[in-house]
Ligand binder design. Structure first.
Ligand SMILES: C[S@@+](CC[C@H](N)C(=O)[O-])C[C@H]1O[C@@H](n2cnc3c(N)ncnc32)[C@H](O)[C@@H]1O
Length: 242
C-alpha cells in the first residue's frame, strides 16, 4: 500500500504536532479499533505489563501512566487485587483523556494533560511508571526516558510496552501483511481518518529494536534493564529499574 506523505513520522516539533493531531482526531474510535485490530491481545499484554511493576507492599503506591490515552493501562493496574494507591494518567491529547473518562468510575486515576517530554512533576515523585504504545510516538525517545528516570524514586521500576518487528521470518511476513495491508484499510474505514492507521506501521518500522531500546534506557540512567518479546515478537516489554 502506498504511504501518504502525511503518514510518514515527522521529526522534532512537527512530530509532536502530528501525533497530537492524530490521537485527538481518532479519539472517539480509538478503543474500538484498539481491541478489534489487536484481536483483544492488547488486554493480555497490558495485564502482563502491570504485573511487572513491583510496587511497594508496605504503603500505597503512586504510579505514573504516561501517554495514557483512554486509560486502559491504568485501569488494568487498578483491576489488580493487590493494588493500593493512586495512578496519575498523563497524555497530551486532551480528547483521548476526555473520551476515556466514562470508564474511570470511582477508580483512583487522576488524568493530567501533559507532554511526556516535559512532565509537570517534581523529581522522584513516583514509585513506578508505565507506558503502553507511547514511547514509539515520542519525538525524542532518549529525552522521554530521561524524564521517566527523573520522576522515579531510586529503586522504582519503569515498564514499557511497545510494538516491535517479529524476529522470525514467517511471523514477520504475517505481521507485515497485517500491519501494512489489512490494518490501514480497516483503520481508515472505522476511524474515518485517512492515514492515522498508516502512520502506525510506519512508526513501528522506524522505531529502534528491543536491544537498542535497552541501551537507551541504560543511557538515560536506569541501573538495570531487561526485555522480552510478546506473541512471537509483535510486541516487547522492557522493564528498567531506577
Ligand atoms: C497508541 S496511544 C496509547 C494509549 C494507551 N497507553 C493505551 O495503551 O491504549 C498513544 C498515546 O500516546 C500519547 N502521546 C504520544 N506522544 C506523547 C507525548 N509527547 N506526551 C504525552 N502523550 C503523548 C498520544 O496522545 C496517545 O494518546
Amino acid at each position: 500500500m502506498a504511504t501518504t506523505p502525511d503518514a510518514r513520522p515527522e521529526r522534532g516539533r512537527a512530530r509532536e504536532n502530528q501525533v497530537q493531531t492524530i490521537f485527538s482526531e481518532i479519539a472517539p474510535r480509538y478503543d474500538l479499533l484498539n481491541h478489534v485490530l489487536s484481536l483483544n491481545i492488547d488486554r493480555r499484554w497490558r495485564r502482563k505489563a502491570v504485573g511487572l511493576l513491583a510496587l511497594p507492599g508496605d504503603r500505597p503506591a503512586v504510579v505514573l501512566d504516561a501517554c495514557a490515552g483512554t486509560y486502559d493501562l491504568s485501569l488494568e493496574l487498578n483491576r489488580r487485587k493487590d493494588f493500593r494507591g493512586q495512578i496519575v494518567a498523563s497524555d497530551f491529547a486532551r480528547p483521548m483523556l476526555v473520551e476515556g473518562r466514562g470508564k474511570l468510575d470511582q477508580a483512583p486515576i487522576r488524568p493530567i494533560c501533559a507532554d511526556t517530554l516535559r512532565l509537570p512533576f517534581p523529581d522522584q515523585a513516583f514509585d513506578a511508571a508505565m507506558v503502553a504504545f507511547g514511547v514509539r510516538n515520542l519525538s525524542d525517545v532518549d529525552a522521554g526516558f530521561r524524564e521517566f528516570a527523573r520522576v522515579l524514586r531510586p529503586g522504582g521500576r519503569l515498564v514499557v510496552l511497545e510494538f516491535t518487528t517479529p524476529p522470525r521470518t514467517l511471523m514477520r511476513w504475517g505481521y507485515h501483511f497485517y500491519f501494512h495491508r489489512v490494518l490501514p484499510v480497516i483503520g481508515r474505514i472505522v476511524s474515518g481518518h485517512p492515514w492515522a492507521y498508516t502512520y502506525l506501521p510506519e512508526s513501528v518500522k522506524e522505531f529502534p529494536g528491543p536491544d537498542a531500546l535497552l541501551e537507551k534506557l541504560e543511557d538515560a540512567g536506569f541501573a538495570s534493564a531487561e526485555w522480552n518479546y510478546l506473541t512471537g515478537g509483535i510486541a516487547a516489554i522492557h522493564v528498567a529499574t531506577r
